[in-house]
Design a protein around this ligand. Structure first.
Ligand code: AVJ
Length: 320
């Protein structure tokens, strides 16, 4: 069976408008920043897939280990009819869940939602082929905005994997969890992956790999802004920086200007001093008690918390 046509809730115009807005706000701020969602054009999505295979980047493997171990439990505990995946990307790990639901029976529809049309097109076609009888409805959208557009009815399981929730700022994260809870009905479930606090000697290399793939991924946001908004960033004139913020327990990725530069973008002249940094991503790391508290504050009841054997990554099942 082939996937249904992608449902596009993010039209090119919306994407363009929100990129322009983000660029205007972020590049005129005192401490310059850009949101991480703009990494993921076709090349950025490929680079991210490459990151997940790097020896230093442990989160994907650790989360996969948890899902491989617990997929049958998740299918049984949730008894979901509809599986919704936010920020689905390639949906590679989600197949472990789809396999478990296929063995159990009862799952009718898979709804992956992602900002990347290219990633979604590939994954929906592949999954529809590999899981005959499963209805596959891909949604192009921004998971921080389109929660009210999720399919309703039937028991739903929303999965948000990869630790992507850690890319939201704490206030955004609280708002997102609250909106998620409001979009769900009592008995629906949320399955959420969170990278755990650990030795910075392990975390930092995961965001600053020896092969330089993460550096390319980081600079890709400048290529996206150049192409989409006709800006004239010189990506090669920025150095990739990954630093551990011990107080806030997050990794921060930045791009450091190697020399003074003036960049023309929209109607702005954006000046960088030599050494000035542009923040492109935070990736928060969590403690089990923190995750439980944030979910409770949003109105969820924690049901299970699992980690991989090395305790690197956590997966929480919570009930609305
Ligand atoms: C999108 C959350 C899976 O924060 O680890 C990988 C993105 N950034 N390397 C993360 C990312 C740099 C990633 N996730």
């Amino acid at each position: 069976m082939s996937a249904e046509p992608l449902e596009i809730y993010l039209e090119e115009q919306d994407l363009g408008r929100s990129l322009r807005e983000d660029v205007r706000v972020g590049l005129t701020a005192d401490a310059k920043w850009l949101p991480p969602k703009w990494f993921y054009d076709a090349r950025g999505s490929e680079l991210f897939e490459e990151i997940t295979r790097l020896p230093e980047y442990y989160p994907t493997r650790a989360e996969r280990a948890v899902l491989a171990e617990r997929a049958a439990d998740i299918a049984e505990l949730t008894g979901a009819k509809t599986l919704i995946e936010l920020g689905s990307g390639s949906s590679e790990k989600t197949r472990l869940l789809l396999d478990a639901f296929t063995r159990r029976g009862g799952l009718g529809t898979f709804v992956p939602l992602d900002v990347s049309v290219s990633a979604l097109r590939q994954s929906t076609e592949q999954i529809a082929q590999d899981y005959p009888g499963l209805r596959v409805r891909g949604i192009v959208g921004d998971f921080t905005r389109q929660l009210d557009r999720l399919p309703t009815g039937g028991r739903r399981l929303v999965v948000f994997l990869g630790g992507t929730i850690g890319n939201l700022m704490p206030a955004e994260r609280a708002g997102f969890l609250r909106a998620m809870r409001d979009a769900l009905e009592a008995g629906d479930r949320l399955l959420i992956g969170t990278d755990l606090v650990k030795d910075p000697g392990v975390v930092v290399p995961a965001y600053d790999d020896a092969a330089g793939v993460t550096a390319e991924f980081n600079r890709n946001v400048l290529r996206v802004v150049n192409r989409e908004l006709g800006a004239d960033f010189e990506p090669e004139a920025f150095t990739h920086v990954a630093l551990w913020d011990a107080e806030r327990e997050w990794i921060e990725m930045r791009l450091r200007a190697q020399r003074p530069m003036r960049v023309r973008v929209l109607d702005l002249d954006v000046d960088f001093a030599a050494g000035e940094e542009l923040r492109t991503e935070i990736s928060a790391k969590f403690r089990p008690e923190g995750i439980a508290a944030e979910l409770a504050a949003a109105g969820f009841t924690g049901e299970r918390f699992w980690t991989d054997p090395d305790g690197l990554f956590g997966v929480t099942l919570a009930r609305a």
